[in-house]
Design a protein around this ligand. Structure first.
Ligand code: TRP
Length: 439
């Protein structure tokens, strides 16, 4: 099974050197690993939630696309596209919106933070809050579920959104999966060691701190100028410098080989001036990004080239998205007209009041099962089992023996006995009924 890795970049603003080290360079390296199928896209619908300036939206998506391509994204390996070129995504968003609980969206951090800020300012709690912001996590769930991604590399602030995507997927699977899992349940991957590049003043590099080193913008001149503004201590040329805890050294390290790191430290301990050290730092960074900057400038001068690459990416993405959406429409009942299979009343009644087992496989390769109440509430959750057969055997045993098999089964109880026991009872009854019907 190839692992599907998917991530989106909201296209507001441009990328700085910290984004390059922390996200772009790593993602490109990861996409070259064997056995991985990568999807990278520009979340330009998400950008509209944060920005109502068309010119900025236009510039940012072009600049960010050019940045990724210039940095070496291999579009023959990676499916690279703009979210807004995939009409299936907003369509799936609606299907998901209809199974997403409003209460859960009320708890989304980004929305809550805006409400809290309004309340603190004595404003109406919803002042300035759009439905776009409110529904942001559902659009993001559609981005991920559309391609059945297993793994989603994101920053810590996005983890809640991935959990919401899992919940929405689970709910959809339960309601419309017909006993099978329609959507893969995605997992966030946050790299604990994620290199966070410090900014000019030593705090995390961020536009909001106004301490960024630009990546391509302004050319080599702007890069040199920003580096000259890195804050250091006031030791004079010739004086030994402290390298431990120096953010200038930390930035150097992000671009250096182990041998270069050692030599740089030795030179500083030996009295290298900060000015000279900054010259060396500039040379080091420019050696890596200079050639990319040349490609970036060439791409920015030929936007139609980027357009072509992205349209090809969209075509590949839609070849996956369109069949999935067609199945999703079908499964919710948006079907081609045909003679109805069964009288509707009966079909509605047949909609089960009995709990149901679900069996599935996770990205960890293990087999799981769980018991869901008729309304989708989780009642039992198994541990991961190495054999699919084993999961199947436990499911049939729990069906046949009900609560009696509970003590031995590799499951955790997710509901109180007052809910769990009647559910198992109902299951047992249904099983016996089915057996009797078969004769
Ligand atoms: N919300 C993400 C961010 O701000 C961007 C994003 C949109 C995304 N859709 C996504 C990330 C899907 C991963 C998967 O960083």
């Amino acid at each position: 099974m190839t692992l599907r890795v998917l991530t989106g970049i909201t296209t507001t603003g441009t990328l700085h050197l910290g984004n390059y080290v922390g996200a772009v360079r790593r993602a490109i390296a990861a996409s070259r690993e064997p056995g991985v199928e990568s999807f990278f896209f520009m979340a330009d619908y998400h950008a509209l939630i944060k920005c109502d300036e068309p010119a900025r939206i236009e510039a940012s998506r072009l600049q960010i696309a050019a940045t990724w391509l210039a940095a070496g994204l291999d579009t023959s390996r990676v499916v690279f596209y703009r979210q807004s070129d995939i009409p299936e995504i907003p369509e799936l968003t609606w299907l998901l919106t209809c199974v997403t609980s409003k209460g859960q969206m009320n708890r989304a951090h980004a929305y809550k933070a805006s409400v809290d800020a309004n309340v603190a300012a004595g404003e109406d709690p919803d002042a300035g809050i759009t439905m776009g912001l409110y529904s942001y996590p559902i659009l993001m769930a559609a981005d991920i579920l559309m391609f059945n991604a297993h793994r989603v590399p994101v920053g810590k602030d996005q983890v809640q959104h991935i959990e919401m995507a899992r919940d929405v997927a689970q709910r959809f699977n339960h309601l419309f999966g017909g006993g099978q899992d329609f959507f893969v349940l995605p997992e966030a991957s946050i790299d604990e060691e994620m290199e966070l590049l410090p900014g000019l003043d030593g705090r995390k590099m961020s536009k909001s701190y106004d301490n960024v080193i630009p990546l391509f913008e302004g050319g080599a001149k702007a890069l040199r100028e920003a580096i000259s503004r890195i804050v250091t201590d006031s030791r004079l040329p010739g004086e030994p410098k402290e390298t431990e805890g120096s953010h200038l050294v930390q930035i150097y390290d992000a671009f250096a080989t182990p041998a270069q790191r050692q030599a740089f430290r030795a030179a500083l301990h030996g009295g290298l001036s900060w000015g000279e050290a900054k010259e060396q730092l500039f040379a080091l960074i420019d050696a890596e990004i200079g050639p990319m900057r040349a490609r970036y400038d060439a791409l920015m001068a030929n936007p139609e080239k980027i357009e072509e690459i992205l349209m090809a990416g969209a075509q590949r993405a839609r070849a996956i998205a369109a069949p999935l959406l067609a199945r999703a429409r079908e499964s919710v009942g948006l079907r081609r007209f045909q003679p109805l299979a069964a009288p509707v009343a009966q079909a509605v009644k047949a909609k089960s009041t009995v709990p149901a087992f679900k069996q599935y496989r996770e990205a960890d390769g293990l087999f799981y099962f769980k018991l869901l109440a008729a309304d989708g509430t989780l009642l039992l959750q198994s541990t991961g089992l190495s054999q699919g057969k084993e999961a199947g055997q436990w499911v049939s045993r729990l069906k046949r023996e009900g609560a009696a098999a509970l003590a031995e089964a590799p499951v955790s109880r997710e509901a109180g006995d007052d809910v769990l026991l009647p559910a198992l009872e109902a299951l047992l009854a249904a099983e016996q009924e089915a057996a009797a019907a078969k004769g």
